[in-house]
Structures are given as structure tokens and as C-alpha cells.
Design a protein around this ligand. Structure first.
Ligand code: ZN
Length: 106
């Protein structure tokens, strides 16, 4: 099953976390607050429509060939196939692009 997963890799910062942003309001139950000020949240419910998909780390926004924000899940799939190198099967997390050089030199 995992072989079917598409991996997002940010072209700018190489982060692999993709964020879906909506233009509406977010609502989430606060499930726990500890004395240090750490909040736990329940499931986030969004009421708007998708505004953009972006890199969670640097905010790189996925755009189509017309420089329009990609808001369609199918387009995200196409974008990932075209712009993100997909690993073949399981790859040891040490063998990312960032570390590839040092392993080649050993
Ligand atoms: Zn990024």
C-alpha cells in the first residue's frame, strides 16, 4: 500500500510536509491544555474552500502551468508526479537528497 504513496518534496526547502490552506474559518476543539501552555487540539474542521496547497515549512505554493494556485486534489497528484522525485519502494530516510553526497563519498 505504501508503494502508492506520493511524496511531496518542496522545491525550495526540501521539506516534505504539505499543507492545505482554506479561505474559510477553521474550528478545532481544544482537547487539553497543560500548565506549560501546550495545547492539544482535536480534529480541525474547515468551512471554506481550498485556497492553496503549500509547503508547511516555507510557504511555497503549488501552481499550475498558468501560475494559478492549484486547488484541486487531482492537480496536486499531477504536480507531485511531475515535480517531486518519487522514491522507488521504501528508502532509508538517511538517503535523502540532502545527505546523498556524503554517502557517495564514503
Ligand atoms: Zn518549502
Amino acid at each position: 500500500m505504501e508503494d502508492n504513496e506520493l511524496k511531496f518534496t518542496c522545491p525550495d526547502c526540501k521539506d516534505t510536509r504539505l499543507e492545505c490552506c482554506e479561505d474559510g474559518h477553521y474550528a478545532s476543539e481544544v482537547t487539553n491544555i497543560d500548565k506549560d501552555g501546550d495545547f492539544d487540539y482535536g480534529e480541525i474542521k474547515a468551512s471554506g474552500t481550498v485556497d492553496r496547497f503549500q509547503c508547511l515549512n516555507c510557504g511555497y505554493v503549488l501552481k499550475d502551468e498558468n501560475e494559478e494556485n492549484i486547488i484541486d486534489e487531482e492537480e496536486v497528484v499531477e504536480w507531485l508526479k511531475e515535480n517531486c522525485k518519487q522514491p522507488e519502494g521504501h528508502i532509508d530516510s538517511r538517503y535523502t537528497d540532502d545527505n546523498a553526497d556524503q554517502f557517495e563519498n564514503e
